[in-house]
Design a protein around this ligand. Structure first.
Ligand code: PPE
Length: 308
């Protein structure tokens, strides 16, 4: 069975629709031009046995801002979207799952010229998604390469928005890496500095401190923000700065962060082992801390959880 085929219902414009009936028209604007925005969120079974959505407010706010880029307004409040997601998780009977909100322009609108405020449809789906970068990802780390595809030039792209059209670039980079036998790609920006993975932010560990690229050509991830916050609470130094490929090769540790990827160690780049070639101690400490936060084990970060 394909990933995702196991949910009973999908929320579409306020209704819970059976999985097989959750369809859109082939002339949908978003299908032709990529004029859609989406989110990726996870819900986890917490230590109390209750399910909680991780940082729902921040994800729903980014969803709203991404949709606004093409002039549309989501009419549901962030709280209403979180409530709809909770109802959906309950209806599907999931303890832990991935959550995919999507805003898209339907077939009512044709051609590139959009109305001033195009009407958007809003859908939310949930499915069970295991380890995004493989079951062995956390234990062994993953193999990456620097892709020839770069993050687009910032004056012509909207990297902070999670727009469907942006993702063709990620798909091409990921495909290039996979065809060459790597688990994931690392993309550079137009100046040649390190940007991010195809669907993850990137960090390096140098002398016990964390370094990560500045927001610019990257999607400033919510997991990236959570990991920076957790690292600081553990007393680690964190700095955002331009990183070269040279610095990546010589790092003590490298890891990815993302909702789907969580914290995943990168143990080789372009065939070169990073550090010892095994997941490093700082990466594992942060992966454990992130896991504890999403599972509701860190009371200090309890405000990140919305119980279903
Ligand atoms: N950069 C990109 C390009 C990206 O797509 C993601 C999320 C991130 C960084 C990390 O952002 P955040 O999830 O807020 O920490 N990628 C999503 C899509 C995965 C997919 O294959 O689809 C995700 O992790 O949900």
């Amino acid at each position: 069975m394909a990933d995702g085929a196991d949910s009973k219902v999908i929320w579409m414009d306020g209704e819970l629709v059976p999985f097989d009936a959750a369809k859109v028209h082939v002339l949908s604007h978003s299908l032709h031009y990529g004029s859609a925005a989406f989110e990726g969120i996870r819900a986890y079974e917490t230590k109390s046995g209750r399910t909680a959505i991780f940082r729902s407010e921040e994800h729903m706010e980014r969803f709203r801002r991404s949709t606004r880029i093409f002039g549309s307004e989501i009419t549901y409040s962030n709280a209403a979207l979180t409530e709809a997601t909770s109802a959906l998780i309950r209806a599907n009977g999931f303890k832990s799952c991935y959550i995919r909100p999507l805003s898209y322009i339907g077939h009512e609108t044709r051609g590139l010229k959009l109305p001033k405020t195009p009407h958007v449809h809003v859908a939310i789906a949930t499915w069970q998604w295991g380890k995004y970068l493989g079951d062995q990802g956390l234990q062994k780390g993953i193999k990456t390469c620097i892709a020839s595809f770069r993050r687009p030039e910032v004056s012509s792209s909207l990297p902070w928005a999670k727009l469907s059209g942006n993702y063709l670039n990620s798909i091409m980079a990921r495909r290039e890496a996979a065809l060459a036998g790597y688990d994931e790609a690392i993309l550079l920006d137009q100046q040649g500095y390190v940007a991010e993975g195809s669907g993850e932010n990137i960090f390096i560990v140098e002398n016990g401190a964390l370094l990560t690229p500045l927001p610019g050509a990257i999607l400033p991830g919510i997991t990236r923000d959570a990991v920076i916050t957790l690292a600081k609470s553990l007393g680690l130094n964190v700095s955002e700065q331009p990183l070269t490929r040279n610095r990546l090769y010589e790092a003590d540790e490298v890891f990815f962060t993302g909702t789907a990827a969580e914290v995943t160690p990168v143990t080789s780049i372009d065939g070169r082992p990073i550090g010892t070639g095994l997941p490093g101690p700082v990466t594992l400490r942060l992966a454990n801390s992130y896991e504890a936060a999403v599972r509701g084990e860190l009371t200090e970060f309890g405000h990140w959880l919305s119980y279903v």
